[in-house]
Design a protein around this ligand. Structure first.
Ligand code: GRF
Length: 207
């Protein structure tokens, strides 16, 4: 049984999808052992508590820099013997003080088809605003391993979503969450917990 640590900052709909997938058998051989929040206002905290999942609040603003913050998260996850770290709507930047200790064991969900609309400053609603501005017809979500480049790690799984004529950023964000993010993130976690994901020369192969 692999132990999962989930990093959150906001509403926690992706965390909820993981919780539900653990409870309904979509995720096998994996269990959420802890949720770490970057602030104490995240509704994701309430979602975790409702399911008796341990919550640790490690506030970004309590640390002077990214390095000390990354070290604090790494220390917590190692002490909890976490096998897989999942960034689920996590908005803080982390560095090699965490990444190096969890090589290809940290995954992130991004609300676009990487390499489009990703990287520094592309997060949350802004991703969908830029996508609509560009007039793209197909968007979606990507689950990738986390490395030192924002949204630059090996891509594990993607799922497309059609853009509709009357989409606003908010409508599109909701559809991408419901029709892509909340589906592929649990699927990737299940594959990881069952050792079905291999990375060769920075490319991901699913067995
Ligand atoms: C989602 O769009 C996710 O792709 C991004 O953060 C947003 C909020 O996620 N990383 P959640 O509802 O807090 O899981």
């Amino acid at each position: 049984m692999k132990k999962i640590g989930v990093l959150v900052s906001g509403g926690g709909t992706n965390l909820q999808a993981i919780i539900d997938a653990c409870e309904n058998g979509i995720i096998e051989n994996g269990k959420i052992a802890a949720v770490v929040a970057s602030n104490d206002k995240a509704y994701a905290i309430e979602r975790a508590k409702k399911h008796n999942i341990e919550v640790e609040i490690i506030k970004r603003k309590d640390y002077d820099n990214i390095s000390s913050y990354s070290k604090a998260i790494a220390e917590y996850m190692i002490n909890k013997n976490i096998d897989l770290i999942v960034m689920a709507g996590f908005l803080s930047i982390i560095d090699n003080n965490l990444i190096d200790k969890y090589q290809n064991k940290i995954i992130n969900i991004h609300p676009s088809l990487i390499p489009s609309f990703c990287g520094k400053d592309y997060y949350g609603l802004k991703v969908h605003e830029k996508a609509l501005e560009r007039g793209i017809k197909v968007t979606g979500a990507t689950v990738h391993f986390v490395n030192e480049e924002p949204d630059g790690g090996p891509i594990i799984m993607q799922k497309s979503v059609m853009v509709k004529n009357d989409d606003t950023p908010e409508i599109l964000q909701k559809r991408v969450m419901e029709e892509a993010e909340h589906i592929i993130l649990p699927q990737v976690i299940n594959l990881f917990c069952n050792d079905k994901i291999k990375v060769i020369n920075n490319r991901v192969f699913i067995e």
